[in-house]
Write a protein that binds this ligand. Sequence first.
Ligand SMILES: O=C1O[C@H](COP(=O)(O)O)[C@@H](O)[C@H](O)[C@H]1O
Length: 276
Amino acid sequence: MLVRADGGLPPPRHRTDPALVPNPRARMPPSPSSAIRRFPDLEALSRAAARDLTADIQETLRAQDHYALALAGGSTPRRLYELLAAEAEGALPWSQIHLFWGDERFVPLDHPDSNARMANDALVEAVPIPPDQVHPMPTHLDSPDAAAAAYAETLRHQFSDRSTTFDTVLLGLGGDGHTASLFPETGTPEQRRTDEAWVRPVTAPPRHEIPRRLTCTLPALNGARRAVFLVAGARKEDALARVLDQEDSSLPAAQVAPRAALLWYVDAAARPHPSE
Ligand SMILES: O=C1O[C@H](COP(=O)(O)O)[C@@H](O)[C@H](O)[C@H]1O
């Protein structure tokens, strides 16, 4: 069981950092602060994300024993993971960090498309994290249903309830507006919002190469204290504008509303003409 102390939240820093541009169209109730940070390229974005995540981990661990970090898959976060790994000797207390995954492709752990494999190669194998604090989705089980049920059990054992899950969940944005493995076709916005599960098996639409997926549900993701989107590349421009400017809730990414802070790290290619 992770020991939590939500009194350790660091919200004032987000509000006073001049580099953070408040999102005037934030659609959520006033509780989570929301900000968009724009960088020239993926390298600058990843460096800022690594620095800010490290600071949040250090600050949070002054008030609680463990930090629960849910990793994103795909390609965008790889550089962030490499930078966090480079901190192995220094700033990050890996003995107090638990790693989870927000979603996974239902492929073996050594498959090139495995989200866990990407994170293992870029981060996990390079840092002194105790193996029992690394919680990949169990894709070695017989079926996506069995794996989703087992991972739900893992999360249930780690967190007291679904409304209080990760300290930070890292997320990506697909060109179709998906995040984690919640696709626009994964139910209606209302079904996603009110899903009673923690983790679901999902069939990705045919435009995606790996159809069999596992994903934390929207309520489990929204139980995170902070959600941090990493979005880079021109391929994301339209989806990003739909999420940030039009608040189009047919897109799962637009429905992410964590407990305290929703942060967008975007590069100039993904957001060439910011409206704020
Ligand atoms: O399929 C997935 O895609 C998203 C976005 O990935 P990216 O390669 O465009 O960064 C990712 O966040 C998710 O974890 C992954 O399974």
